[in-house]
Design a protein around this ligand. Sequence first.
Ligand SMILES: Cc1cc2nc3c(=O)[nH]c(=O)nc-3n(C[C@H](O)[C@H](O)[C@H](O)COP(=O)(O)OP(=O)(O)OC[C@H]3O[C@@H](n4cnc5c(N)ncnc54)[C@H](O)[C@@H]3O)c2cc1C
Length: 343
Amino acid sequence: MTDVAIVGGGVIGLSIALRCAKRGLGVAVHDPAPGSGASTVAAGMLAPVTEAHYGEEALTSLALASLALWPAFAAELGLGDAYTEHGTLLVALDHGDRAELDRQHGFYARLGLASHRLTGGEARALEPLLSTRVRGGVHAPGDHQADPRRLHAALLDACRAAGVAFVPAAVTDPSTLDADRVVVCTGARDLLGLPVRPVHGQVLRLRGPAELRLTVRGIVGGRSVYVVPRPDGEVVVGASSAERGFDTAPRAGDAYELLRDALDVLPELAEYELREVRAGLRPGTPDNAPILGRTADPRVIAATGHYRNGVLLAPVTAELITALVVTGEEPSALQPFHPRRFQ
Ligand SMILES: Cc1cc2nc3c(=O)[nH]c(=O)nc-3n(C[C@H](O)[C@H](O)[C@H](O)COP(=O)(O)OP(=O)(O)OC[C@H]3O[C@@H](n4cnc5c(N)ncnc54)[C@H](O)[C@@H]3O)c2cc1C
């Protein structure tokens, strides 16, 4: 019998596995294909500011707490330039988009999140590749980013080095596992009867000269597109959002719309190499917040439903769930995210 069985080896499961192993617990991760879920599709924005939405203030607080843990987390995993702190530039093209930009800037200000309103010229001074059609911008220096594929690979290495065992098999009933505690982190695949649903999201991976520095988010004709550059020249363009069950096939129409909007904002991307088109399943929940805490079976803990922000939320999820596993007490920070809120 092991101390902790973790079901699911995406960024959430592995981050918890690593924390538990470093606290001296015996840990086994059960997953037939670790890294086959959303974690290796994600763009990797760590964006508590430009991902903040009305009515999701508790989630924004959790996201800010997680962002504060990121520098030490990245250093612990040796992520190097796979983690950068360059900020996000939100830009608008036409008059209607500029009104939306002002609305979002006002909302960030009300939450006390650092953001600066810019003219089109000021935005282009920060990011010279922006189209001359850009009419205004908001700079959010507090948003960062990490390469989720390098993060996942680093977590696998760190878990193995910390003595975590890997069991390459799917679990159908977590309550049957032979462990003191079972933590279920299966992303969009719900095993616990929780209201988690798959939300199809598509991204494109391009490669070009490493000229872009900031993450650029465009509001284009009322739609959203983001462009996340990495220091090695990879550029991730995303992301669509649709309810298509467990279908992970990428769609031609989604690719068309993403490229059209991204090129409106950053025309130079037309010359970049198109490397990959891929879709994954965000684990969506009714209130867009994760589900973290003890289930009806007190031995079984949920750590799922991270929806759009699982990469960002990995360190804080690992800290809070490990505290619950080790002490048996639920940290108060888990309260807004408890599975009971849906009863
Ligand atoms: C297009 C897109 C863009 C995104 N961009 C961002 C972003 O910029 N920033 C951000 O923070 N987040 C982003 N996300 C969200 C993020 O990817 C997810 O929230 C996060 O990856 C969830 O991690 P996870 O470990 O819970 O799930 P997953 O990564 O999906 O992992 C689940 C694991 O569980 C395993 N599993 C499933 N069923 C079983 C079973 N029965 N038994 C055993 N194992 C099982 C799977 O094999 C898989 O390895 C994005 C998502 C998508 C799709």
